[in-house]
Design a protein around this ligand. Structure first.
Ligand SMILES: C[S@@+](CC[C@H](N)C(=O)[O-])C[C@H]1O[C@@H](n2cnc3c(N)ncnc32)[C@H](O)[C@@H]1O
Length: 273
């Protein structure tokens, strides 16, 4: 079972921090929402599932676009705020307590679109999640997911980079443990301003170049990728001025190759085959 307490604990301020940029936070999720909403606005409206909806920002916005939206989450606190905010904005949609790993409350082939925005990186048994989405999605329906970008870890050159370089590169050629450890220590020393781009929570990254292959194994065909949460400098060098550029970067490069390297996160749009 995934740890839901971490989401209960942040539920109250989740939307302010990640969508409205309060408390000096960069509103990365607002950019994700903007990209997804732009994409959805062009589709014929139907039934959409916001799976792992959090406090429901995107669910409310897609309802405004005319989608018949159902929102589910496992965190009761997140759902409490999702319900409050929907009432406040006079939006009527279904909000249910349900795990993305067991969506038996829904019939087969029910939704035209399923979104998992920032959910899969935290799910241990992701394979069940993909299979449940496949079952509840209509034929040819869209699966929209978002992920941490493995390449960005390289760009940040921090303790995660060290792990990446050590585990995926150096230990493939250096078999002597002593030499390996000495090399790793040198790499660690090379970092002058270590900083954590990710928290210690169990977040998984995906390689955007081969994510398509993973989706294929679950019978989805990836059609597009979009990038958000850009950095003009590695986060270790983040200055307040940098944030002034980030809005512009998000808009200019959200669908360009630069996102593969300079965006911390990406969105994948796939279809059920
Ligand atoms: C990073 S938040 C994303 C919230 C929302 N999708 C958004 O874009 O703002 C991750 C959400 O996934 C939910 N979650 C984690 N595991 C889940 C599961 N197995 N089933 C349903 N929701 C889950 C958490 O409770 C949390 O609300």
């Amino acid at each position: 079972m995934d740890d839901i307490k971490i989401w209960d604990d942040v539920a109250e301020n989740y939307e302010d921090n990640s969508y409205h940029g309060k408390n000096n936070n960069y509103p990365a999720n607002k950019h994700r929402a903007k990209i997804i909403l732009r994409f959805l606005s062009k589709l014929k409206k139907g039934k959409i599932l916001d799976a792992g909806c959090g406090s429901g920002y995107i669910a409310r916005e897609v309802s405004k676009q005319g989608w018949d939206c159902t929102a589910i989450d496992l965190s009761r606190k997140m759902l409490k705020y999702a319900r409050q905010k929907a009432v406040k904005e006079k939006i009527k949609h279904d909000i249910k307590h349900c795990s993305v790993l067991d969506m038996n409350i829904f019939e087969n082939k029910k939704f035209d679109v399923i979104m998992l925005n920032g959910v899969l990186p935290y799910i241990k048994d992701e394979s069940r999640g993909y299979k449940e989405c496949y079952r509840t999605l209509k034929d040819n329906g869209y699966l929209i997911t978002s992920h941490y970008n493995l390449f960005f870890d390289l760009f940040t050159f921090d303790k995660y980079t060290i792990e990446l370089i050590s585990q995926k590169l150096i230990n493939k050629v250096i078999v002597d443990k002593d030499i390996f450890n000495r090399y790793k220590a040198k790499l660690k020393k090379a970092i002058t301003a270590p900083q954590q781009p990710k928290s210690e929570k169990t977040m998984k990254s995906e390689n955007p170049l081969i994510y398509k292959e993973k989706l294929k194994r679950y019978s989805f065909n990836e059609e597009k990728q979009f990038y958000y949460n850009f950095h003009i400098l590695p986060p270790s060098f983040t200055t307040s001025e940098q944030n002034n550029f980030r809005n512009k970067l998000e808009e200019k490069f959200y669908n360009k190759w630069q996102g593969l390297i300079f965006a911390k996160t990406f969105i994948s749009v796939a279809r059920k085959v």
